[in-house]
Design a protein around this ligand. Structure first.
Ligand code: HEC
Length: 400
């Protein structure tokens, strides 16, 4: 019962997190595009204080957007703020994260092969890493470094690399990725809460008082919003990373993540320039090339070569291993206290099931080795080798 409730809570939180995230990132894309696409307004508009002019057509209607240099003469009665997208994404994200990695710490956070952290110290370290990471980011944003684009970016990447590497010594591979996602997401939501919203409240107050706002405040908020924009592609990858165990289970999974973050930012850069009518296809092409180079570099090359096994492994031997190490979760009726149904519907209830799913089984139990989950059933290297031989021979026989 308890586990079923957790499953339902998981569904609700993940669903809301993704919906809110789409709304937030969608708004971020839209406003970045909007700002970069504004044109010099005609005279009658600039006389009213409009500095950027834009026309669009969408969903069967014309839209006229005007960006004011300082603010409108009179505050409109309704002003849209775009903040709840950010807050809802962060709140649901932290709840989802806590559900999976704190309540489910044994399965998802801890990794006995990396550290002996107890559950409580792992959770404390995890929370601490996010809080300290955010404080460091805020500090850098308040330092003169923030105005030096490339230097600031390099510093952030260097620190993020250090962070990822450090976390990789403490937590499970999958958790490392999500921690960096949680940190980036916290910085993004923190930008909204600590900088962008106060900045906007100041703008509104000044305009209402009939004063001309200090442009520095608006520029600072703009800069944070640009940071958020560059973080979008990396964070979307991290949100999806759970599905791609070949990335996080790689021996240098932490470095793979950093490479993917840099590539994501680089590709985002291409689009940001393009919106400003600076077309640099070399950025896009090199970003895509770097992505494929990375995929080639982390491919499990040795597993692609056909192997000739001298030892024979019988179906019975293979089944004994599966039954001992996989069946408690991957069964139509799991006996594991953690699951009420087979994770991802992946069922291994008979040797025929294993044969049908042999490639997936091979990938996760032999190459990536992230199954059994957190190695909760203590599968040994010898058992993985034995299973490998059985699957390789089955594959060879099938391909004959
Ligand atoms: C303690 C529970 C548990 C055990 C034991 C376990 N798994 Fe899993 N398995 C999971 C969970 C949870 C997922 C989904 C999360 C993920 O993919 O990382 C999963 C996902 C998978 C997937 C991905 C299925 C798909 O359709 O993408 C494969 C393959 C897999 N496991 C194979 C195995 C094999 C082989 C074993 C035994 C050697 C095993 N698992 C043991 C919990 C377990």
């Amino acid at each position: 019962m308890e586990n079923y409730l957790i499953e339902v809570a998981h569904l609700i939180l993940r669903y809301f997190h993704v919906i809110a995230g789409i709304a937030w990132i969608g708004a971020s894309f839209y406003f970045a595009w909007l700002d970069n696409s504004l044109q010099t307004p005609p005279k009658e508009k600039s006389e009213k204080g409009v500095s950027g002019d834009l026309w669009a057509i969408h969903g069967g209607g014309f839209y006229e957007v005007a960006k004011y240099k300082n603010g409108p003469e009179q505050m409109p009665t309704t002003l849209h703020w775009f903040k709840w997208e950010a807050y809802t994404t962060w709140i649901t994200g932290i709840l989802l994260f806590s559900l999976l990695y704190y309540i489910g710490a044994d399965a998802n956070l801890l990794d006995a092969s990396k550290s002996e952290l107890s559950k409580v110290s792992a959770i404390t370290t995890s929370l601490g890493s996010i809080a300290v990471g955010y404080i460091v980011y805020r500090f850098l944003c308040n330092s003169p470094l923030v105005s030096k684009g490339y230097l600031f970016t390099t510093t952030i990447i260097a620190l993020l690399t250090l962070w990822t590497w450090g976390l990789d010594h403490l937590f499970s591979d999958k958790a490392v990725y999500i921690h960096i996602g949680a940190l980036i997401g916290t910085c993004m939501a923190g930008n909204v809460y600590h900088i962008i919203m106060p900045g906007q409240r100041y703008l509104v107050a000044e305009v209402e008082a009939g004063r001309i706002p200090d442009p520095a405040v608006g520029l600072k908020a703009k800069l944070c919003s640009i940071h958020n924009n560059y973080a979008t592609l990396p964070i979307i990858f991290i949100m999806l990373s759970n599905h791609f165990s070949h990335t996080y289970t790689h021996q240098y999974g932490w470095l793979v993540l950093i490479a993917l973050i840099v590539i994501g930012m680089w590709i985002r850069h291409y689009f940001n320039l393009k919106h400003r009518h600076i077309n640099k296809p070399s950025i896009l092409v090199s970003g895509i090339a770097a992505f494929f180079a990375l995929m080639l570099a982390i491919a499990p090359w040795s597993s692609f070569e056909p192997r000739t096994n001298t030892v024979q492994v019988t179906n019975q031997q293979a089944w004994t291993i599966i039954e001992k190490h996989c069946s408690e979760c991957h069964s139509a009726t799991p006996t594991s206290a953690m699951f009420t149904s087979a994770p991802l519907g992946f069922v291994l209830d008979s040797i025929e099931d294993v044969q049908k799913q042999s490639e997936k089984t091979y990938t996760r139990a032999v190459i990536n080795k992230d199954m059994p989950l957190a190695n909760l059933t203590n599968m040994t290297e010898e058992e993985r080798d034995t299973l490998a031989i059985w699957i390789e021979d089955y594959r060879a026989a099938k391909n004959k």
